[in-house]
Design a protein around this ligand. Structure first.
Ligand code: GLU
Length: 380
């Protein structure tokens, strides 16, 4: 009996083992209880937005976005006018999105955009790319040639920090001016890390276009731009940019650094085809020492027999690029015209005005027609 009810007294060794295990279990329980919270807290801290706003360099070039109407006639106005400070201050909401630092490289209607202004613009963009304190670049621009400037810059800055162009179809003091909204969206787009490495972008009317694809196809409507064959790169949905496509593969090809701007750009002109076209027009470019002609041809980059003969002669010592005056589609090689025999290059999906820019930049590097043709292929 005594044996049975005798109070169990564990040995010293067992006691030590028991207490050690209890402490270990208690510690384990504590760790298991608090571990999930501690990791969630870390994740929240890591993901919580920084209070510092992105810094955007806003480079103003002029255009309707900086224009004001003349007198009481709402349809008449002058492009350019507001300087960058007034432009930014006229949209107080911008301050909620980013810290803006301004630069004014010109104040012109974009019909007066020139190689000199492009050089100043490229230098200002380059300075922003090299400044670690700047997260992205927004360029305000007239809408008439915005696609040309975007494409030009895209050739020089194919990757890295976001570069976004925007403008407006209505002057700054018009009823329902579209400039303020376009500026806010452009600044949001340029502030997003996911806008990086997509090449130069254009944001207009809540639509996001690549520099290669954008084209102006309305003279007055606020919805004046499309992206042709390719479709929009993205759109603003509920005030946030959303991309429809991934990073363009062509960017990964040459994403090492900004491309240098050549000291001089060779002269390249555009020839617009029409029924009954006068082949003598080709002579003008030959006599003025143009190194290239871009044909804005019918359909698949065609024109009449006399002009084709004159262009083939010009191509013996210079470059001829066949593009289309049509808006969509590709100008492909050797379909109705034997490009191999006539020594022509085809523009693929590039409009005449963008084909001209690409040819100027290519001619500054090479006159090899195979290499020049290669540069025209779309890789995305
Ligand atoms: N010609 C003007 C320009 O391109 C009008 C187009 C605009 O900005 O909307 O600057």
């Amino acid at each position: 009996m005594n044996e049975t009810f005798r109070r169990y007294k564990p040995s010293k060794r067992l006691q030590k083992l028991f207490f050690t295990h209890s402490y270990a279990m208690l510690l384990g329980l504590l760790i298991l209880t608090f571990m999930p919270y501690s990791s969630v807290n870390t994740a929240v801290r890591a993901a919580s937005p920084s209070t510092a706003k992105p810094v955007i360099k806003l480079i103003a070039t002029g255009g309707t976005i900086a224009g004001s109407s003349s007198g009481t006639e709402a349809t008449k106005y002058s492009a350019g006018g507001l300087n960058v400070k007034k432009l930014v201050n006229s949209v107080p909401e911008l301050a909620h999105v980013a810290s803006i630092t301004g630069d004014q490289v010109s104040n012109v209607g974009s019909q007066d955009m020139s190689e000199d202004i492009w050089r100043a613009l490229a230098a200002s963009v380059q300075a922003a790319m090299q400044n670690n304190a700047i997260n992205g670049v927004v360029i305000t621009h007239g809408t008439d040639t915005i696609e040309e400037t975007a494409f030009f810059l895209d050739q020089l800055f194919p990757c890295g920090k976001p570069i976004v162009l925007t403008g407006s179809m209505r002057p700054s003091d018009a009823t329902s001016a579209d400039g303020p909204q376009n500026m806010i969206e452009a600044v949001k787009l340029a502030s997003m890390p996911s806008s990086q490495n997509r090449g130069v972008l254009v944001s207009m009317n809540s639509k996001i276009h690549t520099a290669r694809d954008i084209r102006k196809n309305h003279t007055e409507n606020t919805d004046a731009f499309s992206s042709g064959n390719a479709g929009l790169l993205g759109e603003f949905i509920n005030g946030k940019p959303r991309f429809n496509r991934l990073v363009r593969p062509e960017n990964s090809r040459h994403c090492l650094s900004a491309q240098p701007l050549p000291d001089t750009l060779p002269k390249v002109g555009i020839l617009y085809a029409y029924a009954g076209m006068d082949a003598q027009l080709v002579q003008f470019y030959a006599q003025q020492n143009y190194q290239g002609i871009v044909l804005a041809g019918f359909g698949n980059g065609n024109t009449n027999k006399q002009t084709l003969d004159a262009l083939a002669k010009f191509a013996e010592t210079n470059i001829v690029v066949r593009s289309s005056r049509g808006v969509n589609g590709y100008v492909s090689r050797n379909i109705e015209i034997n490009d191999d025999d006539l020594s022509f290059v085809t523009a693929q999906d590039l409009s005449p005005q963008k084909a001209r820019i690409l040819l100027m930049l290519q001619l500054a590097k090479t006159t090899n027609k195979t290499l020049i043709q290669k540069a025209f292929y779309k890789t995305h």
